[in-house]
Design a protein. Structure first.
Length: 188
């Protein structure tokens, strides 16, 4: 399955870049994946920020840049496609005024529509905190029968986005993958 997603207004690649060596902070864990198969959850660390997350396989990295207030903001995207789902996170190096998490969610939805021609909606949008930092959670559904969830976290000079996305028919499995992704995020 090839999924084109966007992270804080940046399009994730439909074709994955070649795997990069990723530092391993902790031992890998084997857990059931959305399809019932056992996937190995492996830590991926964003070296510039120190943010890490466990992903269901070897992460792939893409360096990217998004315009925020007319200025480029650099970031890195780490993702894994497993069976029928994309699971990943992105870290963006944000200036002080660029941490509007609701604007990040809107940019994510708008970029998906620009890239795919399909409408991506957010529901159950909730402000929360993660380790005392502001966060925003949302469920996702698209007009092309895709679904998932995302979380944006304001982490100091960074915005972190976690996302799980795949076929709507696998919503229960996607929810489990997303809970596992969120449990494995570590902020410095």
């Amino acid at each position: 399955m090839t999924v084109s997603l966007s992270a804080v207004g940046v399009l994730l690649p439909a074709a994955a870049p070649p795997p990069l060596a990723v530092p391993r902070a902790t031992a890998a864990h084997a857990v059931p994946a959305a399809t019932g198969a056992v996937e190995e959850w492996t830590p991926a660390t964003d070296a510039p920020s120190g943010v890490s997350a466990e992903l269901p396989g070897e992460a792939e990295e893409e360096k990217t840049s998004v315009p925020v207030g007319g200025e480029p903001v650099s970031g890195r995207v780490y993702g894994v496609e497993t069976g029928e789902a994309f699971v990943g996170f992105a870290v963006f190096d944000t200036p002080g005024a660029a941490r509007d998490l609701r604007a990040g969610l809107k940019g994510f939805l708008d970029a998906y529509e620009r890239e795919s021609g399909e409408t991506l909606r957010s529901t159950d949008v909730r402000a929360t905190t993660v380790d005392g930092r502001p966060a925003l959670d949302a469920r996702l559904s698209s007009s092309d029968d895709m679904a998932g969830a995302t979380r944006f976290i304001g982490a100091g000079g960074h915005v972190v986005q976690a996302v799980t996305f795949g076929p709507e028919a696998n919503r229960k499995g996607l929810d489990g993958l997303h809970r596992r992704l969120l449990a494995g995020i570590r902020l410095p």
